[in-house]
Design a binder for this molecule. Structure first.
Ligand SMILES: Nc1nc2c(ncn2[C@@H]2O[C@H](COP(=O)(O)OP(=O)(O)O)[C@@H](O)[C@H]2O)c(=O)[nH]1
Ligand SMILES: [Mg+2]
Length: 632
């Protein structure tokens, strides 16, 4: 069954609350003060099943002092029931409520011409004409105008029929979207604990699920769900919903907060918006303070105009709103702005970027970006987001900016990756990087390697970590890794374990260096196991020590020489003899060998015997056992 939220609208005393009671049997005024004074102050609720539709009614106050409560109720509605008393016709809050519905993007409505029992047929016809003129060119252009009387019951069945027909034409909400419930009430029920209510504007919620309370990012568990006063397993978009929560005091939750699917929405103090001024508003200057209403929340904000000093009545512009308090805003959300003082509705609009950056003159790409956010296809939007994020964009940021589902993100990512407009630098979690930043990284990596070879002709390549560090923090490790792999695949760089080098980069020695290399090798080869110190060998070369040290490094890297201790280096041919000697010893004299026997076997002194035995232990050719070694 379809669920539709109907909001009343209209001037005070035009019969909104009475009409809701006549339609549903429930009088929506619930506060003591409302009953005493006979006026609606806050939102009231009632339910009706009619023509195969579940209607949830939100009755709003008509009094000009309580428009802010009206706004909290109207933000989630599918259909407006505009109430106009036949004996009074159009009054100030008829206009203001109508403007608000238009600015909030309400698409359909039914007009009830109430108190029809108080006027004659000619007057009724006159008011009808006045109303037709009033709604000309608006979303209510073809809305049915139904004369009714709550007193006599006249017209009520026609009104129900008109509501049923309008409901059929309303597109069902997408229940597959992320759950979001802007909260309008929070209270405690004995034996149940905290209950919050609101209009479920997207997705669905069920008992047992985890939800996030925003602002504040608190994760809570749903104990139970009610709609239309009945306990249900779950509720979906388009239903008035009460949620019983555990783990939170009802006093910690206020109207304006939001229950949402965990991790999908973010609270913000700054948003870029499309702003529309009412024709009746005054000129709006850059940096004007306003009251800002979005969802059920209300706060104070400052409007910054981009490239304009003021906005004329009836004009539209892209602007930034800076808020005093955090609100939960998503792409496409509607909002209302009211003049700071006296408080009247002056305009409204739509959120384009809920996570807007601080407005700066330097940011020349912002207008084009917001244009894309407003009108672009998904892939264009994702590309625009990626192009403004040098670090790359994570999936959760895409969701917070756009509200897209995983499959929608995946298809936009796939399309852009195929076109090489973005690169997927990590799959889990998903991180994408714009091609322009990716290419920058590739160019930098090649440049750094080029420079490294130039400055270090005797080193085979640059250690990976050193290369990573040279890029700084503006490059994610994931981006570095992906760019490096790509350059490797394209054979622009060679990845050799922990070393990165240019293809064909060979260490070229000058004749002098080649001679030095030969000398070093010979010195160790001749020495056998009684090697001289490294210092001594290098000192004999006619070359400064830094360069000589590098040549030694080449010999060590090529495993011509082997470093046994920091001070002791042996020629590989000398060490190669040891396993054979040990095996022979084992055969003739047993598997155990002491230090003196080892000295004798190898013809070395104690100075060398101990480091060599430790080296053999490390090589697992021997194992220490007390003062002796076991030959393995
Ligand atoms: N004669 C007559 N009076 C009505 C009708 N509907 C409402 N009223 C009266 O108008 C007054 C205001 O109604 P109410 O529903 O509180 O108006 P609201 O402020 O728009 O909610 C009350 O005294 C109602 O009894 C109607 O159809 N006929
Ligand atoms: Mg009322």
């Amino acid at each position: 069954m379809k669920s539709i939220i109907v909001g009343t609208a209209g001037h005070i005393d035009h019969g909104k609350s009475t009409l809701i009671e006549a339609l549903t049997g429930t009088h929506p005024d619930r506060l003591e003060e409302e009953k005493r004074r006979g006026i609606t102050i806050d939102l009231g609720f009632a339910f009706l099943e009619e023509s195969g539709v579940r209607f949830g009614f939100v009755d709003v106050p008509g009094h000009e002092r309580f428009v802010k409560n009206m706004l909290a109720g109207t933000s989630g509605i599918d259909l407006v029931l505009l109430v106009i008393a036949a004996d009074e016709a159009i009054k100030p809050q008829t206009r203001e409520h109508f403007d608000i519905c238009r600015l909030l993007g309400v698409k359909r409505g039914v007009i009830a011409l109430t108190k029809s029992d108080l006027v004659d047929a000619d007057s009724l016809e006159l008011v009808r004409l006045e109303i037709e003129e009033f709604v000309k060119g608006s979303f209510l252009l073809n809305a049915p105008i139904v004369p009714v009387s709550a007193t006599t019951g006249a017209g009520l069945s026609q009104l129900k029929q008109a509501l049923g027909l309008a409901a059929k034409e309303i597109e069902g909400r997408e229940t597959g979207r992320y759950f979001r419930l802007p909260i309008d009430r929070s209270f405690a029920i004995k034996g149940f604990g905290t209950v919050v209510t609101g209009t479920l504007i997207s997705g669905h919620v069920a008992a047992g699920e985890e939800v996030e309370l925003l602002p504040g990012e608190q994760i809570l568990r749903v104990r139970g769900v009610e709609t239309a006063g009945k306990s249900v397993r779950g509720a979906e978009a388009g239903q008035r919903t009460a949620v019983n929560l555990s783990g939170v005091e009802h006093t910690a939750i206020r109207r304006g907060m939001v229950l949402a699917a965990p991790g999908r929405f973010r609270a913000t103090r700054r948003a870029d918006v499309r702003l529309e001024m009412l024709p009746t508003a005054q000129r709006l200057k850059h940096r004007t303070q306003v009251h800002f209403h979005l969802g059920t929340s209300e706060t104070i904000g400052e409007l910054l105009l981009y490239g304009k000093s003021e906005l004329a009545p009836g004009e539209q512009a892209v602007a930034q709103i800076r808020l005093r308090d955090e609100v939960v805003a998503a792409h496409g959300d509607r909002f209302i702005v009211r003049q700071f003082s006296p408080v009247i509705t002056i305009g409204g609009g739509m959120v384009l970027d809920p996570l807007a950056r601080r407005a700066t003159r330097k940011d020349t790409g912002r207008m084009a970006f917001l244009e894309t956010m407003e009108r672009g296809e998904r892939a264009e939007i994702l590309r625009a987001i990626a192009d403004r994020n040098i670090l790359g964009v994570r999936a959760e940021e895409i969701v917070a900016r756009t509200g897209w589902q995983s499959a929608e993100i995946a298809s936009a990512v796939a399309e852009l990756a195929r076109a090489k407009a973005i690169h997927i630098v990590s799959n889990d979690p998903l991180i994408v990087l714009s091609d322009k930043f990716f290419m920058d990284i590739c160019a930098k990596l090649q440049e750094r390697i080029e420079k490294f070879h130039k400055e270090n002709p005797l080193l085979p390549g640059m250690p990976r970590e050193e290369l990573r560090a040279s890029l700084g923090r503006r490059v994610r490790t994931e981006s570095f890794r992906t760019a490096l792999e790509e350059l490797g695949r394209q054979k622009k760089l060679v990845l050799q374990g922990e070393l990165i080098k240019k293809p064909g980069a060979e260490i070229t020695l000058t004749p002098e260096e080649a001679r030095a290399k030969e000398q070093i090798e010979q010195a160790f080869a001749k020495a056998g196991l009684a090697v001289p110190s490294v210092k001594e060998v290098l000192a004999q070369l006619a070359m400064e020590s830094r360069r000589a040290e590098k040549i030694l490094q080449i010999l060590l890297r090529d495993k011509v020489l082997v470093r046994v201790t920091p001070e002791l280096v042996f020629h590989q041919s000398a060490l190669e003899r040891l396993p054979g000697l040990l095996q022979k010893y084992k055969k003739t004299r047993g598997e155990r060998i002491g230090v003196p026997a080892f000295k004798e076997l190898t013809g070395s002194t104690r100075k060398y015997a101990i480091p060599l035995l430790e080296y053999l232990d490390r090589q697992r050719l021997t194992r220490r056992a007390g003062d002796e070694r076991v030959i393995l």
